[in-house]
Design a protein around this ligand. Structure first.
Ligand SMILES: [Cu+2]
Length: 155
């Protein structure tokens, strides 16, 4: 990211102008879950839906949790016929639309769990968006639905 001094001053001025108004509550998280994995797993997959009821496109830019060393944004895609996970810098949430993280598509890659996570347990994560908004989401650990073999990992 590259922010100029002028850019920062502008952002500051803008925040003064609208400073008294709370951020519109246009983003909502639902169906946040983490796929259960063996206790020695180095990475778990997380899924959710982000609804955008606002009039501006938003982007999810980062996710963090005290329960994981690092959380990456990934997308599973077919590359020349082979399923690959491609790291994403951001994920789009269109205005009046939604972003769906689901198996075989966009997902969170939760790296190096700091505790073992059993089915039914909850994990709090902080989602950061391109407008500097942050939301806390609560993910529930669940058993994989359907095939347990659709998520390959290479690191
Ligand atoms: Cu992944």
């Amino acid at each position: 990211m590259h922010i100029t001094r002028t850019g920062l001053a502008l952002v500051f001025l803008l925040s003064l102008t609208v400073g008294a108004q709370p951020l519109p509550d246009s983003l909502q998280i639902s169906e946040a879950w983490i796929r259960e994995a063996p206790p020695n797993a180095m990475a778990l997959a997380g899924y959710m839906t982000v609804n955008n009821r606002g009039t501006e496109d938003r982007q999810l830019v980062a996710v963090s949790s005290i329960d994981f060393k690092r959380i990456e944004l990934h997308r599973s895609m077919l590359v020349e016929g082979v399923a690959r996970m491609i790291p994403q810098e951001r994920m789009p949430i269109p205005a009046a639309g939604h972003l769906e993280l689901k198996p075989g598509d966009y997902h969170l890659m939760l790296m190096h769990p700091r505790r073992s996570l059993k089915v039914g347990e909850e994990v709090k994560a902080i989602l950061s968006f391109d407008n500097d908004q942050q939301l806390t989401a609560v993910f529930t650990v669940k058993k994989s639905q359907g095939s347990a073999h659709q998520h390959h990992h290479h690191h």
